[in-house]
Design a protein around this ligand. Structure first.
Ligand code: UDP
Ligand code: MG
Length: 200
């Protein structure tokens, strides 16, 4: 990921509480705007299914405990996925989630990409919990869509991820979207922001 600034891959960070609808909205953005959707959580889950993964067990434990894996792991998964895609526009979903993530990304990747902005999906936590439990009951197959892990994920979100979102707000690069409505209604607002701020 080198070259002058006009050639840098574009990145949009997509943040919000578990169940805020990041993944759902990212799929919609992909079809309209041609971004590549990279979910840090999905990449981690995929890593745990690889028989020879160096970090499989550590990742699995973090997932189950709602904890955030060391940035070296998530960042290198993201970096590899970006490089392998050979594409130039990325929605990075569910990352960065804490200070360690921001620092690691800053050391390793930030200078090589053009961070366009941050989409923050703002949704009341009770609604988020409801959605995740529904997703679990409908067979998401995720080890973390259960009441016990969800509680920990919310705690992690409040103590570690919220401050990161505040930080991007202070930098004035975050756009907040009301994510409590149904997906199509939320997407109307997303689309408006994408059209307005997505630089060519
Ligand atoms: N996770 C992590 N680092 C990341 C992204 C995710 O450690 O950069 C882990 C963390 O344990 C989190 C889980 O993956 O609770 C699920 O994340 P995902 O974004 O898939 O969940 P969502 O927020 O979409 O419900
Ligand atoms: Mg997700």
């Amino acid at each position: 990921m080198m070259g002058n600034s006009v050639m840098k891959p574009k990145v949009i960070f997509v943040l919000g509480a578990p169940g805020a609808g990041k993944g759902t909205q990212c799929s919609k953005i992909v079809s309209d705007f041609g971004y590549v959707h990279l979910s840090a959580g999905e990449l981690l889950r995929k890593e745990t299914t690889k028989p020879n993964s160096k970090h499989g067990e550590l990742i699995e434990n973090c997932l189950k405990d709602g904890k955030i894996v060391p940035v070296e792991i998530s960042c290198s998964l993201l970096k590899n996925a970006m490089l392998q895609s050979k594409k130039k526009k990325f929605l990075i979903d569910g990352f960065p989630r804490n200070e360690d993530n921001v620092e690691g990304w800053g050391k390793d990747v930030a200078d090589h990409v053009d961070l366009q902005f941050v989409l923050f999906f703002d949704c009341p936590l009770e609604e988020c919990i409801k959605r995740c439990l529904k997703r679990g009951a409908e067979g998401s197959g995720r080890t973390d869509d259960n009441e016990e892990t969800l509680k920990k994920r919310i705690e992690t979100y409040l103590s570690e991820t919220s401050p990161i979102i505040k930080y991007y707000n202070i930098l004035k690069i975050a756009y907040t979207i009301d994510a409590s409505k149904d997906p199509d209604e939320v997407y109307r607002d997303v689309k408006e922001i994408m059209i307005k701020y997505n630089r060519k």
